[in-house]
Design a protein around this ligand. Structure first.
Ligand code: TPP
Length: 650
């Protein structure tokens, strides 16, 4: 196992410990940079092996980030990192090393992404892919409008070019600014292997020696003539006018950017030289940089997908390890695997069923379908809007598409959900993964808004299972609907219940009464059903009240008749959901009660109207936002004691 980059972090003579700002980096002699690069890799491996994180992307951009900070000066100049999961090196160079970095992705530690509130060196925050070029273009244009001179650099991965937004921005570069540096960090991987025609094109560009050689020689000839930049313009014009007959323009040149590269992204001298050149160009430039995802860690090089974003691991073997403080629980499958395997069963039984992912085959569990029914599997790249409309198109022809997308990324597909799927009442099933918190990733990745954005859309059925068996039932139910069905479920381990050999079709809009109650009735959704059962037991034991629990199953259509029956029979309705309160499940309950003129008292438990930060665990974040078991008990009892009097009380 090669972890030769590793330098024991306790060594006092580490160069890294002397880097507190980019000025310290600039002061370092160039011949010390390889040592610093090795120390940075070691630090990243040490920290991510304990905390988990984006190992591969960061190990791949060590030299690139060093070169960027040698050539440009933040925060005066601005770097915009796409997704910004590859920003660890940048953090280490901008005063966020030491203990703060050691607590990466943990409570009070560094965010796993760039975050404007964390540092003035973070010009733009992100977590979703494809935003860097648009944001950088906005910044460059603002600079031009203000008459500024700073440099703006967008760092985009090759998979960012599968995003529509990146291509929309590319289409606007030359009409917006004359000065922008774009880095294309090409490592051939998205999370999985990059897909689609653009990926093939980039591969051709970086591996076609004839193209590169002819291109470079001719460009060198033209730009070497007296008159430098004018000669470059002449070269571009000549290529255009000969209609690429003699030497093909790169795609980027057709969009008006000057294309440089491809260059070796681990060669510091070459990087610095090219960045220096790009810096003084009076035309937008794209520098094509070839990097190795996971460089410096054998396991990451061997398994780029696993090490894109890894859970804690043993650096010498690459094996995943359970954090020491995590209790060992009986193995329950992940919701993702349950969904993926169930989809394989459905797809094998019915050839019209297909699965679609936006660049997340493993994350969503669709890799099972890819392996077993490849003709029924589609990875469309980081293209959620396209994924939804593509599904709509398939559905018009009798195909039953299942679109598996994380809740947070489905936000990208909102207009197509309304305009293309729901309005036309097309039978598309949405498996909304990572509904609820993604604690270590933080606000860009929490899935807390999907109910609020889906509930207002007509023709939709929206559900959440309480366990993995019900998830399969809901998939089965949704695949029989004559319109769109949405199933939300959280990340990670399910409950551990047995899955029936044959799934049941659930009666649409009917809740499940789990436990009757005379005083308080808790209506809980999905994962919160288990918290509700515990809460009910505690209230009964500690307060001598009778508390019932309902597994709501459907947010839309809501089981109004059961709800109204309870509202007439108990003194307090409590709702519980792993979602923001605004517009969520509790809001649907309140709306239904209000529409029926019910005077029932309601206490709603869910996430408040704020962006929830990253943190070490669900429990810590829940406690910070009033959702610990104690806090929930107090809220319910406070409401119980302050419930409005009704006639029987008088
Ligand atoms: C809108 C959106 N969809 C999906 C993701 C999940 N995701 C995170 S990084 C990534 C791949 C990024 O690949 P690339 O841009 O090439 O960067 P690399 O990690 O290879 O450096 C994906 C699909 C995301 N962050 N945003």
């Amino acid at each position: 196992m090669n972890t030769s980059a590793a330098v024991p972090s306790s060594q006092p003579q580490r160069l890294l410990d002397g880097i507190r700002s980019p000025d310290d980096l600039k002061a370092l002699p160039a011949d010390k940079l390889p040592q610093l690069a090795a120390e940075i890799r070691s630090e990243i491996i040490t920290v991510t092996s304990r905390n988990g994180g984006h190992v591969g992307p960061n190990l791949g951009v060590v030299e690139l980030t060093l070169a960027l900070h040698r050539v440009f000066t933040t925060p005066q100049d601005q770097f915009v990192f796409d997704v910004s999961h590859q920003g660890y090196v940048h953090k280490l160079l901008t005063g966020r090393g030491g203990e703060f970095f050691r607590k990466l992705r943990q409570t009070d530690g560094a965010s796993g992404f760039l975050y404007r509130a964390e540092s003035p060196h973070d010009a733009f925050g992100a977590g979703h892919a494809g935003t860097a070029l648009s944001a950088a273009l906005g910044m460059a244009t603002a600079r031009d409008l203000r008459g500024g001179h700073e440099h703006v650099v967008a760092l985009c991965g090759d998979a960012a070019f599968t995003c529509g937004i990146t291509l929309e921005a590319l289409n606007n570069v030359v009409s917006s600014t004359k000065r922008l540096v774009v880095i294309l960090n090409d490592n051939e991987w998205s999370i999985a292997k990059n897909v689609g025609a653009i990926s093939k094109y980039l591969n051709r560009l970086s591996t076609n020696p004839t193209y590169n050689k002819v291109h470079h020689e001719l460009e060198k000839f033209f730009t070497g003539l007296p008159g430098g930049h004018d000669m470059h313009r002449l070269w571009v014009k000549w290529k255009r006018e000969t209609k690429d007959f003699f030497v093909e323009s790169s795609l980027f040149e057709k969009f008006g950017l000057r294309y440089l590269g491809p260059i070796d992204g681990h060669n510091l001298d070459e990087l610095v030289k090219n960045l220096e050149f790009a810096k003084q160009c009076e035309t937008p430039v794209i520098l094509h940089v070839l990097t190795k995802k996971g460089k410096g860690l054998d396991a990451a090089l061997a398994h780029p997908e696993k090490f894109h974003g890894a859970s804690p691991y043993d650096p010498s073997t690459g094996e995943s390890v359970k954090p020491a403080n995590k209790p060992v629980t009986p193995a329950a499958p992940n919701y993702q695997d349950v969904m993926g395997r169930a989809l394989v069963r459905f797809a094998k039984a019915d050839a019209s069923i297909v699965g679609i992912t936006g660049a997340m085959p493993s994350g969503t569990g669709l890799s099972h379908l890819a392996a077993e029914c490849p003709r029924q599997f589609f990875d469309v790249g980081i293209a959620e809007e396209h994924a939804v409309i593509f599904a709509a198109g398939l559905a018009t022809k009798g195909i039953r598409p299942v679109v598996a997308i994380y809740s947070t990324f489905l936000q990208r597909g909102y207009d197509p959900i309304i305009h293309d799927v729901a309005l036309q009442k097309l039978p598309v099933t949405f498996c909304i993964d990572r509904a609820g918190l993604s604690p270590a990733d933080g606000p860009t990745h929490h899935g807390l808004f999907d109910l609020a954005y889906l509930r207002p859309v007509p023709n939709t059925v929206i559900m959440q299972p309480k366990d993995e068996d019900e998830l399969v039932d809901m998939m089965h139910t949704s695949l029989q609907l004559d319109g769109p069905g949405f199933i939300r479920y959280p990340r990670g381990a399910a409950v551990g219940v047995a899955i029936k050999p044959r799934p049941a079709a659930l009666p649409v809009g009917r809740a499940e009464l789990l436990k009757p109650g005379a005083d308080i009735m808790i209506w809980a959704l999905g994962v919160m059903v288990h918290d509700a059962l515990k809460l009910a037991a505690r209230i009964e034991a500690e307060e001598s009240l009778s508390v019932g629990v309902v597994n709501a199953r459907f947010v839309k259509p809501l089981d109004r008749s059961l709800l109204l029956e309870h509202a007439g029979g108990v003194r307090l309705i409590v709702t519980m959901e792993d979602h923001v309160l605004t517009g969520g499940f509790g809001a649907a309950v309140v709306e239904a009660l209000q529409a029926a003129c019910s005077p029932a008292a309601v206490e709603r438990i869910g996430w408040p109207d704020t962006f929830v930060e990253h943190g070490s665990s669900q429990d810590i974040l829940r406690a910070a936002h009033g959702l610990s078991p104690d806090a929930m008990l107090q809220r319910v009892m406070h409401r119980w004691r302050n419930r409005p009097a009704i006639q029987a009380d008088a």
